[in-house]
Design a protein around this ligand. Structure first.
Ligand code: NAG
Ligand code: NAG
Ligand code: NAG
Ligand code: NAG
Ligand code: NAG
Ligand code: NAG
Ligand code: NAG
Ligand code: NAG
Ligand code: NAG
Length: 495
């Protein structure tokens, strides 16, 4: 037995019997270490001159064993602790590593100074299980908002495992992502363009959004029927009238199994009006005798309203002018020549407008027949008579003298280049309108103007000669009627 062992036994006995020379080393009552890790035993109150330091271990059951012994120049580690203890002479700390549960027990430190006074301290070691396998478990993998009660459990191995911590170390579990499924909420439907009325053939985009976890699926509802599109945005291209109606979207969350519907939007698809024309009778219209229907139609599109104009002014209802209930037909009863003119109709619906014109011609006359010219003429002077009238189209003329047709005089004026006595008599202008079928006449009594006295002494023989000559003369009346046409009517001839 060497010296150190004798010392050890001595100190051991001292400790066992509670012998104490005076000063105690201050040590914590208990220290903890984690299995597999290390622990430092420290003490306060070391003497300045240490001759020997001895650590012994007393397990919970069994007898004491030495752990470590040191003198200023030497140290001894029993085989059982080789590689597991490390003593720092400066700090007087003993580090015991690779802790096992068998290290649980009391550690006694005995210090002997140069005067062979000894100091004793003790501390008990508790070896803790390391914290490990910290996890969170849930009673359900996914929760549904408002529906579910979620129980999260924190599991850990190791001593005093409450959450994930013991006195010496803590471990945080891997993040447990608790998925709370919610929604759909705030379901919103947008539309572009936002119009109550859409043009046929145009395009429309509708989108639906919702707050939801997982992301909502969408269902589109059109007039109560489900559309095949299942996307958040749908494009309706080349719209047809049959696509008019009510649209809404339904947001669906497969986890919460909730459906939430958007507000309903409504639009109508209309065809643009085109190919507008005015239908009018093809037979000629005769003033005072015809009733005219003008009808405004379009080849495409349905009109909501129609506006009629005549010569640029709105066509008004009157006792002769009436409109059909839908406004598309205007009836003019017993047309008058004033009804002639440019008629227009404009068809409108919510998305378009289209119109056309029609020139209405009323045939009338001849009316207001009169012959303008002098009532008296000097023998030897030229005479001119003009037949005035109102007619459409322009009439044909026949002139008569004393009921005898003047051949070759088919103009509206009649000229006698050289008036003779036998030219005096009744002149008739007969005008005939081929369309109205009307023939009207005007008469004019043309007499010789007695020239002061000279004409008095005309012999009866001369008169007879003149009488004979008259027929010849009438035939010789030359139509030098200057084309100075009267205004026939304000309407230019369509023929
Ligand atoms: C013990 O002390 C040493 C140095 O003195 C240090 O490196 C080590 O980390 C300590 N061990 C513990 C468990 O505190
Ligand atoms: C003892 O600890 C001190 C302070 O931590 C350090 O400086 C010194 O190197 C240690 N000595 C040994 C032998 O480990
Ligand atoms: C939990 O969610 C976060 C953020 O969403 C993600 O980064 C992480 O990887 C998730 N963890 C697991 C275990 O799914
Ligand atoms: C509507 O969309 C189609 C493509 O789907 C495109 O060819 C067409 O030009 C669009 N029409 C209008 C009026 O934008
Ligand atoms: C659209 O909804 C309205 C009520 O909002 C209803 O009167 C109408 O009949 C619906 N139209 C269609 C085509 O279902
Ligand atoms: C939510 O709760 C209601 C009523 O308790 C139930 O009918 C429904 O099926 C539940 N939804 C889910 C997704 O569990
Ligand atoms: C007027 O119309 C009636 C019946 O259509 C016809 O018999 C008559 O001849 C017409 N009169 C004129 C002046 O055109
Ligand atoms: C004109 O239209 C009306 C109805 O708008 C109809 O009763 C009438 O017979 C039509 N007349 C002609 C000449 O077409
Ligand atoms: C024409 O008629 C008038 C009056 O009726 C008569 O005075 C005149 O002699 C007639 N002239 C001829 C050429 O018959």
């Amino acid at each position: 037995m060497d010296l150190s062992n004798s010392w050890l036994i001595l100190f051991f006995l001292l400790a066992e019997t509670g012998f104490c020379s005076g000063d105690q080393l201050v040590m914590p009552a208990e220290v903890s270490g984690v299995r597999g890790k290390s622990v430092n035993f420290t003490a306060q109150g070391f003497p300045g001159d240490v001759s020997m330091v001895t650590w012994t271990f007393t397990p919970k059951t069994g007898s004491s064993v030495p752990v470590y012994t040191a003198t200023p120049t030497n140290e001894k580690v029993p085989d059982a602790y080789k590689g597991r203890v490390k003593y720092n002479r400066t700090l007087h700390t003993l580090e015991l590593s690779s802790l096992t549960p068998t290290d649980n027990g009391v550690y006694i430190l005995t210090v002997v100074d140069s005067k062979l006074d000894q100091m004793v301290g003790q501390t008990s070691l508790r070896v803790l299980e390391p914290v490990a396998d910290v996890t969170i478990t849930s009673n359900m993998p996914e929760a549904v908002e408002f529906n579910s009660t979620v129980i999260l459990t924190c599991n850990a191995k190791g001593q005093i495992s409450c959450t994930a911590k013991n006195q010496l170390e803590s471990l945080t579990s891997a993040t447990f992502n608790l998925t709370v499924n919610y929604g759909p909420e705030l379901v919103k439907k947008t539309q572009d363009p936002v119009l109550d009325f859409m043009k046929k053939g145009s395009n429309l985009t509708m989108s639906c959004t919702a707050q939801s976890s997982p992301a909502a699926e969408f269902i589109w509802v059109f007039n109560g029927n489900i559309l095949p599109q299942k996307t958040a945005t749908i494009v309706l291209s080349n719209l047809g009238e049959e696509q008019s109606g009510n649209y809404s979207c339904l947001a669906y969350n497969s986890k919460t199994q909730r459906y939430v519907t958007s507000e309903v939007t409504k639009f109508s698809v209309l065809e643009a009006i085109s190919g507008t024309s005015i239908i009018a009778p093809t037979s000629p219209l005769i003033a005072g005798n015809s009733t005219v229907n003008l009808t405004c139609t379009s080849s495409m599109g349905k009109a909501d309203s129609v506006q009629w104009k005549k010569d640029g002014n709105p066509l008004e209802n009157s006792n002769r002018i009436t409109f059909s209930p839908d406004g598309k037909t205007v009836s003019i009863l017993t047309v008058q020549k004033e009804d002639s003119g440019e008629y227009s109709c404009q068809l409108k619906n919510k998305i378009s407008s289209d119109g056309n014109n029609y020139k209405l011609t009323i045939n009338y006359g001849p009316d207001n027949m009169a012959i303008k010219g002098d009532k008296q003429a000097l023998v030897g002077q030229p005479v001119r008579m003009d037949c005035s009238f109102a007619s459409f189209p322009a009439p044909t003329f026949v002139w008569k003298f004393n009921d005898t047709v003047l051949i070759g005089e088919e103009k509206e004026c009649l000229t006698i280049p050289n008036f003779e006595n036998f030219n005096s008599g009744i002149y008739t202008c007969e005008a005939f309108n081929l369309i109205t079928g009307l023939k009207r006449t005007a008469t004019h009594n043309l007499q010789v103007k007695e020239a002061a006295q000279e004409q008095n002494g005309l012999s009866s023989g001369a008169i007879a000669g003149i009488t004979i000559a008259v027929l010849i003369a009438v035939a010789v009346i030359i139509g030098v009627c200057i084309k100075k046409r009267r205004k026939v009517s304000e309407i230019p001839s369509p023929y």
